[in-house]
Every structure is written in C-alpha cells, then in structure tokens.
Design a protein around this ligand. Structure first.
Ligand SMILES: NC(=O)c1ccc[n+]([C@@H]2O[C@H](COP(=O)([O-])OP(=O)(O)OC[C@H]3O[C@@H](n4cnc5c(N)ncnc54)[C@H](O)[C@@H]3O)[C@@H](O)[C@H]2O)c1
Length: 353
C-alpha cells in the first residue's frame, strides 16, 4: 500500500491561483514517480472571500486544517483589502495556531539565473535564513490613544521570550550541523537596548551547546550590506521575526528573482501541520496574465515533500528546476524571457519525468 498524504491547498489571491495549480501538478507527478499519493483538498480562503463574507477564513478554519499532513499556500493580499487584514486574518493565525515557529528560506544561486551581483557563480551563494515566526516585533500588543487628534499616538510592543529565542536558535544550530557548521545571528543590540541584548545573551548561551559550530553576529544594518557584498560568507542566518523577514526577501533578491524563492513555516515538533509557500506575494500587477514564475511555488512543494519524509521526490523536483534553468529552458518575464507559467511548468514536469 502506498502512503497517502493529506494536503490542504490554499491558493489565496492573485497569482496564487496560477502558481498553486502548477505546483500541485508537479507534486502529483513526483508522487506518482516515487510511489506515494497526495489527497488534495482546496480551500477558497482569500481576500475575495473576505469581500464576500467579512472573513479571510471561517471561524473554525484552524480546526478544518488540523487533520492535514501539510498546508500548501499560494499568497494572500489584494488591493481593496488592507494588507494587515489579509495577513492577520489568515497567515499569522495559522503560523501561530500551529506553532510554526520556524520560517525557513533557502537562498541558493542556481545555474542559469542571472544575479544582480557581479562575478558570482552558482554554488558560491548557498545559505538559509531561519526567521523566528511566532513572536518578536510582530505582536498584536499595543494600541492607540487620542486617535484623530494632535495628541494621537501609537504603541507597539515587541515580545521576546526565552523559549521563543532558544528554540529558533537551536533549530539554526542543528541545521548548520548538517551543512557548513556556521550560524550568524542578526542583532541590533546597539540601538534596541532591551530585547536585542537579551537576544544576544540567548544566542551566546545556545551557542555554548554547539561548540562544533562557528557562531558570529552582526547588527542588521551592516548585515544587509554583507548580504550584497559577501553572500558567500553565510551558511545559516538566524533572525527575529522582523529582521528575518527583511533578510529573507533580500536573500532571494541577490540570487536573482523573488519569483523562484521558496519558503516553509515549520512546526519542528510535527504535532500540527506545517505550511509551505513561496516568498513572493500575490503580485496583483501581473495576476491573470499567465506569466507568473511558478518556480517559487514548485520549490516550496519540494520543501513540503522533504518535510513529509519524501526526500527522493523532493530532490527530484529540485534537480528538475535546476536542469530546466541551467539548460536554457523557458523563462518567464521576471527571468528575462517571454515564456508563460504553463511553458515553464511543463518543462519542469518533463524534467521530473
Ligand atoms: N505570504 C504572503 O501571502 C505574502 C507575501 C508577500 C506579500 N503578500 C501580499 O501580496 C500583495 C502584493 O505585495 P507586493 O507587491 O509587495 O509583493 P509581491 O511579491 O506580490 O510582488 C513584488 C513584485 O515581484 C513580482 N513578482 C512576485 N512574484 C512573482 C512571480 N512568481 N513571478 C513573476 N513576478 C513576480 C510582482 O509582479 C511585483 O512586481 C500584497 O497584498 C501583500 O500583502 C503576501
């Protein structure tokens, strides 16, 4: 009996509706080839649904998702619905409710992709950003006073717990142990004088548990410069929710295109489903034109299969993406070509076999 995984697909908004079906086709092909099955159920949770019902997802949304092995998300957000509504109405409740406290994003320069950096070759840039995904600067604690008056003020609390810092840092060190054995921490303890020195203290304490791993840290401002000037320095970079968010968009930008960058929201304990989604958003500017690059979504699917334990299938998809790009296969406009989503998807499907 082959194994069957239950997947909840949430295409969301904009190009999510174009790249999720593309990703699912590639996942199905890899599953067939590698002797397992996927049982996919689609959910229409989106800004369109918000406009219709006043909610991005039903009240019992998390209960509906709980029994799935994994969640495969496109992107949410569309003009007309404020971005904080779409984010806090769907993405953040899932990330927090399912304790997906790791946001994992590989940054890899692939052959056939032109990087905006001069003289960088494939293989030279290959690292992970591990972003804290449940607390930090993205908290709903705060409020406004004297709204609409000259005295108006807004206050937002950042939350850093010992548990929250330690677990994301341990994940980063464990990941580095399987790679080049180097963890870099993003900090700003010169300017943010309570939470960031605490973050540094916890990084030093956890680092002591991993004497075989090199640990260093940079303030976020110079770290962004090093991402551009010395991306070859890094192996695993760990950051708070906000710093990790910024670094994990900058990373894909230095290796060519946000359209190819994958990501995972991971529950390392595996007691609740993890969720895989590309780094890019719903791209309303190109939605409906059939030109979105499906690679970020497809690669996120490979990360999902890897998390489910289907390593050979995950590897086959990654190799297929690399082969299509390296051999001058179809390119969508963001990669300088004029192919459509369908052309690139079909080429990857052929390469998966
Ligand atoms: N995780 C998510 O669901 C998520 C992430 C980021 C942004 N968003 C939402 O998406 C909406 C648009 O946000 P944005 O414009 O800042 O970011 P975006 O990633 O949607 O788009 C940025 C630029 O990159 C291009 N782009 C993105 N993905 C592409 C792809 N696969 N192929 C080709 N080009 C691609 C777009 O055309 C656009 O020019 C907003 O509502 C935002 O809140 C959602």
């Amino acid at each position: 009996m082959s194994k069957t995984y239950k997947i909840a697909a949430i295409p969301g908004d904009g190009i999510g509706n174009e790249v999720v079906p593309a990703g699912l086709r590639v996942l199905e092909a890899a599953a067939k080839r590698h002797g397992f099955a996927l049982k996919v159920q689609s959910f229409d949770w989106s800004c369109e649904r918000f406009a219709r019902t006043g909610r991005m997802m039903p009240e019992d949304g998390l209960d509906q998702l709980k029994s799935f092995d994994s969640i495969y998300l496109g992107a949410v957000g569309y003009p007309g619905v404020p971005d904080h509504v779409s984010l806090w109405g769907l993405l953040i409740p899932i990330r927090r409710g399912f304790r997906q406290y790791i946001n994992l994003r590989p940054i890899k320069l692939l052959a056939g992709i032109e990087t905006p950096l001069k003289n960088r070759r494939p293989g030279e840039i290959d690292f992970y950003v591990v972003r804290e995904n449940n607390e930090g600067e993205y908290s709903e604690i705060g409020g406004r006073l004297y709204a609409g008056t000259e005295m108006e003020m807004a206050m937002q609390q950042a939350i850093f717990t010992r548990t929250g810092c330690d677990r994301v840092m341990r994940y980063a060190f464990e990941l580095a142990r399987t790679r080049k054995k180097h963890v870099t921490s993003a900090t700003k303890s010169n300017g943010i004088i309570h939470s960031m020195p605490f973050w540094d203290e916890r990084f030093a304490a956890i680092g002591k548990e991993y004497s075989d791993i090199k640990a260093d840290q940079y303030h976020i401002d110079i770290l962004t410069a090093h991402f551009v000037r010395h991306p070859d320095w890094f192996d695993v970079v760990v950051g708070s929710n906000l710093f990790g968010d910024i670094l994990s968009d900058l990373g894909p930008a230095v290796v060519g295109s946000i359209g190819i960058a994958p990501g995972g929201n991971i529950n390392p304990e595996r007691d609740l489903p993890s969720m895989f989604e590309p780094v890019h958003g719903s791209a309303p500017d190109i939605a409906g034109r059939g030109v979105a690059n499906p690679i970020g979504q497809i690669w996120s699917g490979a990360m999902m299969l890897d998390h489910l334990g289907e390593h050979a299938a995950a590897d086959a998809i990654e190799r297929a993406i690399e082969r299509v790009l390296a051999s001058g296969g179809p390119r969508t406009p963001d990669l300088g070509g004029n192919a459509g989503t369908e052309d690139l998807t079909r080429a990857i499907l052929d390469a998966v076999g």
